[in-house]
Ligand binder design. Structure first.
Ligand SMILES: [Zn+2]
Length: 100
């Protein structure tokens, strides 16, 4: 089973890269005197909407993982240590999640 935090971190990196690319592509390729407000607004709005959707999905996934690895009196309700006993909280999965 893959580590869910790898997917979250990869998705965050993709969102960050996409937003940077969006801004760089637009402002590097359009001379300042040709910038048109309407086109800037449309381009940035479309690009950011897609990336915000991605970030909302990531946030929901992180919360689902947190809920799955809840704290029950100092131990994780999902994880077990090598000895088969409940892992202490926060478990390695929760510690690996990005913090807000
Ligand atoms: Zn856990």
């Amino acid at each position: 089973m893959t580590d869910p935090t790898e997917h979250v971190n990869a998705s965050l990196h993709e969102a960050r890269t996409a937003i940077t690319k969006l801004v760089d592509l637009y402002f590097d390729n359009v001379p300042v005197d040709e910038l048109e407000r309407e086109q800037i607004v449309e381009t940035v709005h479309e690009g950011l909407s897609d990336e915000l959707d991605r970030l909302y999905r990531i946030d929901a996934a992180v919360e689902a993982v947190r809920a799955l690895h809840g704290n029950d009196g100092g131990v994780c309700v999902t994880c077990a240590d090598e000895d088969g006993q409940a892992a202490s909280y926060p478990c390695p999965t929760v510690r690996a999640l990005p913090t807000a």
